[in-house]
Ligand binder design. Structure first.
Ligand code: ADP
Length: 372
């Protein structure tokens, strides 16, 4: 039993006791006075000078006593009903509170799958709904965290196992340490290093702790530079990257390296998921979004496209549309998660529209902020 129940019951019951006592007292006093006045009125004319007490015979006294008794019984009945009602009232508040605190204790112990059934539409019902939503979010985050750890472990283990296996082979003399072997080991090490750097950036961006060195930047120039950087990759698949960049775009305050990474990741995907000899179109424009000026950078490819089932998840960590794809033919599955975080810490948004088999268009919106 919890003390709020006692306190509410006690408080409400005391109020009822006080009210009933006052009412009974007043009723008794009033009753006696009025009854005596009535009797006086009856006897006044004939027997002038009689005292009040003199007119109260045994019958009248018995009548008054029985009325007083009845009043006491009624009062007692009201008190019992009052006690039950105040206890029920107190319990209607404390029972849901107790359920909530039990569920909160479970969450504290790491059992996140908790829901409380609070059906009322009052403040407690509202608290119950908020609690259930909070528990759901905690459970989802906990699952995501666990999944993230598993994914990170998996992603790190594979290149490490390759490096370890090859080195052991070389030490045992089973593998000839040729230049090609060493180059492929170096590639694995570079990939591992990049993955760790990406993960670090991603985790910092997610808690909004990534330091941004913002300075006025020409976005068109940044696009052109990134396209140039990726020329060897696009040339290898004979993919042409066409840029239609708007004239006289204002320079905006961004961290050029981070935004270049955003463009890089999106263009790498566009090349990766396009067929040989495909075309990737990049356009820039000044646009209004939610009543504010934004720079819009669109990347349209005519590649594989994204299925409607995959679309909501592609910006999540380690989500790969084609699960069978290996790390070499695809990336680690965190490219777009980084894109989303980097764009969002610049106050922007990234969106995608896609049709399987027809291609995808990624749109990055960056607010026109001229200086920090
Ligand atoms: P990955 O490293 O696997 O490419 P990303 O986070 O960059 O990881 O992308 C997540 C998933 O989104 C990809 O596995 C792919 O299924 C899908 N995707 C991203 N960009 C494109 C694109 N341009 N065309 C088709 N699918 C894409």
């Amino acid at each position: 039993m919890n003390s709020i129940t006692y306190r509410i019951t006690g408080l409400v019951f005391s109020a009822i006791v006080l009210t009933v006592c006052i009412l009974i007292y007043l009723a008794n006093v009033q009753m006696t006075g009025l009854f005596q006045e009535y009797l006086m009125g009856q006897h006044m004319m004939g027997r002038a000078g009689m005292s009040r007490l003199a007119i109260m015979g045994q019958q009248e006294e018995a009548f008054l006593a029985s009325v007083h008794h009845s009043l006491l019984w009624v009062g007692l009945a009201i008190l019992i009903v009052g006690l039950v009602v105040s206890y029920l009232l107190a319990r209607s508040i404390t029972v849901p509170l107790r359920k909530l605190s039990q569920a909160a204790e479970q969450i504290e112990q790491g059992n996140f799958e908790q829901q409380v059934s609070v059906a009322t539409k009052d403040e407690i019902g509202h608290l119950g709904k908020v609690f259930n939503r909070m528990a759901e979010t905690l459970a989802t985050n906990n699952n995501l965290r666990r999944q993230l750890f598993a994914n990170i472990a998996h992603e790190l283990r594979t290149p490490l196992a390759i490096i370890q296996g090859n080195l052991e082979g070389m030490v045992d003399g089973v593998i000839e340490p040729s230049k090609d072997q060493l180059r492929s080991l170096h590639e694995e090490a570079v990939r591992l290093n990049r993955l760790i750097k990406d993960l670090r950036d991603l985790s910092l961006a997610e808690v909004r702790q990534l330091n941004l060195e913002k300075e006025p930047t020409d976005i068109n120039q940044l696009v052109t530079r990134t396209v140039l950087m990726l020329k060897p990759m696009s040339d290898a698949k004979q993919i042409s990257i066409e840029c239609a960049l708007a004239d006289q775009l204002p320079e905006i305050a961004v961290d050029a390296d981070r935004i270049s990474q955003v463009f890089y990741n999106i263009i790498v995907n566009a090349i990766r998921y396009s067929p040989n000899e495909g075309v990737v179109r990049i356009t820039t424009a000044l646009t209004e979004f939610n009543g504010k000026q934004n720079l819009q950078i669109s990347f349209a490819d005519a590649g594989l496209g994204i299925s409607p089932e995959d679309e909501p998840y592609i910006f999540e960590h380690f989500y790969r549309g084609d699960k069978s794809r290996d790390r070499k033919s695809g990336g680690s599955g965190i490219g777009l998660a980084i894109v989303k975080q980097l764009v969002e810490i610049h106050g922007g948004q990234v969106m995608v529209t896609s049709k399987p088999g027809e291609g995808s268009t990624f749109i990055v919106l960056l607010p026109v902020v001229l200086s920090e």
